[in-house]
Design a protein around this ligand. Structure first.
Ligand code: COI
Length: 341
C-alpha cells in the first residue's frame, strides 16, 4: 500500500507535539469500558472537578512505531506498555485497561495516522502517548467514578538534540522526583511535575539531563529525569535496582540485547562512588532511546566517560542493534515487533 506522507522535514523533527489526523478514546462508566471513539479533535472536555485535575489520578505511557526497511509499519513491544499501564492503574486505584483494548487503541491510532509514520532512514518515529485520567465530578478525596483512556500520536525526532551524541548530566540537588515508598515506579504525571524544579537546576548548571539519587539514602543512583540509567564496566551491563524508578521497557530490551552479546547484566544498587569507574554511561528510555552521557557533575566533582563527541563502543553496538531491530534490519528474534501494516 503506498501512502502519501505528511509534508514534514522528517530528518529534522524535534521531540514535540504535532497535531495528527486522529486520536482514539474510550470512556469507563458503571464498571465497564465503552466502544472506541475515533476523534479528529485534539481537545478534551472534562468536568472541572475531575480527580485527575485535583488529586493527580492519572497515568500515561510512551511507545513508538517505525517504518521498516522493507516498507512495513511496526510497533515496539506494546504488550509491555499495556502491562506497565495496568501496574500504574492498580497503584492509584484506576480500573484495569484490558490488554486487547490497549493494543487495539494503539493499532487504530497508528493506522489512522499512517501518513505521519516517519519514512525509513530518517531516524524519526511515530510516538504514541496512551493516557488514562479519572474524570467525572468529585471533590472529596477518592477514586473517580469515570475514566477516559485515550491514545494520540505525534511524529518525533530525537529527545536530546543531536540524537545519539553524548550529553552532560548533573546530579540533582535539593529535590527528589519520587518518595521512597511512593509512586516513583509508576508512570504518573506527578513524578515528572516533581522533577520540574530539578530541570531548572539542570539548565542552570549548563547540563542537558538531571540524574536523581535515591530519595531514602541520597547515595544510590535512581534514574535520570526522563529515563533509566545504565553503566558499562568491562563486559557488564549495570543498571540500578530501586523501588522508586520506572521499569523501563527500553532498559529491559537493552539488557536482553546485552545478554545476547555475551555481557553480564547486573540489576542492583549502584552507589554513586562506583560510577566513577564505569567505562560508559547512558540514559535509556522510549524517548531518549540511548543517550550517551559524557559527564556527570556531582557537587564540585565532574565524572567523565569516553569521548566528548562520540559514544563508546558498547553503547554504540547496543544502540545499533536496538534501532535496527525496530526498523527490520536485524532479526527480531525475541518477537518484540507488532506488525501494523
Ligand atoms: C518516554 O520516554 O516515553 C517518556 O514518557 C519520557 C518523557 C520525559 C518524554
Amino acid at each position: 500500500m503506498s501512502v502519501v506522507k505528511a509534508d514534514l522535514d522528517w530528518s529534522n523533527l524535534p521531540f514535540t507535539y504535532v497535531k495528527t489526523d486522529k486520536n482514539v478514546r474510550y470512556h469507563y462508566k458503571d464498571g465497564s469500558w465503552g466502544a472506541p471513539e475515533i476523534c479528529e479533535e485534539d481537545m478534551l472536555s472534562i468536568n472541572i472537578a475531575a480527580p485527575a485535575l485535583h488529586y493527580g489520578q492519572q497515568g500515561f505511557e510512551g511507545l513508538k512505531a517505525f517504518e521498516t526497511r522493507d516498507g512495513r509499519v511496526v510497533c515496539f513491544r506494546p504488550d509491555e506498555n499495556a502491562k506497565r499501564m495496568n501496574r500504574t492503574n492498580s497503584r492509584i486505584n484506576m480500573p484495569e485497561i484490558p490488554e486487547e483494548i490497549f493494543i487495539s487503541a494503539v493499532e487504530t491510532v497508528i493506522r489512522e495516522n499512517i501518513r505521519f509514520v516517519p519514512p525509513y532512514g530518517t531516524g524519526a518515529s511515530l510516538y504514541l502517548r496512551p493516557l488514562m485520567i479519572g474524570v467525572g465530578p468529585k471533590v472529596g478525596l477518592g477514586p473517580a467514578d469515570e475514566y477516559i483512556f485515550l491514545v494520540f500520536a505525534t511524529p518525533v525526532g530525537p529527545y536530546y538534540k543531536g540524537g545519539f551524541k553524548p550529553v552532560d548530566a548533573v546530579i540533582v540537588e535539593g529535590f527528589d522526583r519520587a518518595a521512597p515508598h511512593g509512586v516513583g515506579d509508576c508512570k504518573v504525571g506527578g513524578n515528572y511535575a516533581a522533577g520540574l524544579p530539578g530541570s531548572k537546576f539542570v539548565k542552570e548548571q549548563g547540563c542537558a539531563v538531571g540524574l536523581y539519587l535515591d530519595p531514602q539514602h541520597n547515595r544510590y543512583i535512581d534514574e535520570f529525569s526522563t529515563s533509566n540509567f545504565i553503566g558499562i564496566k568491562d563486559s557488564s551491563y549495570i543498571t540500578p535496582k530501586s523501588p522508586s524508578i520506572l521499569p523501563s521497557i527500553t532498559n529491559k530490551s537493552l539488557a536482553t540485547i546485552a545478554q545476547d552479546m555475551g555481557m553480564l547484566v547486573e540489576s542492583r544498587q549502584v552507589e554513586i562512588g562506583e560510577v566513577e569507574g564505569f567505562d560508559e554511561v547512558g540514559a535509556v528510555g522510549t524517548a531518549a532511546v540511548i543517550t550517551p552521557v559524557h559527564s556527570i557533575k556531582y557537587g564540585d566533582k565532574i565524572l567523565t566517560f569516553g569521548e566528548k563527541d562520540s559514544a563508546g563502543p558498547v553503547l554504540t553496538k547496543l544502540y545499533e542493534t536496538l534501532t535496527k531491530i525496530q526498523t527490520g534490519e536485524v532479526e527480531d528474534k525475541h518477537r518484540w515487533l507488532l506488525e501494523i501494516l
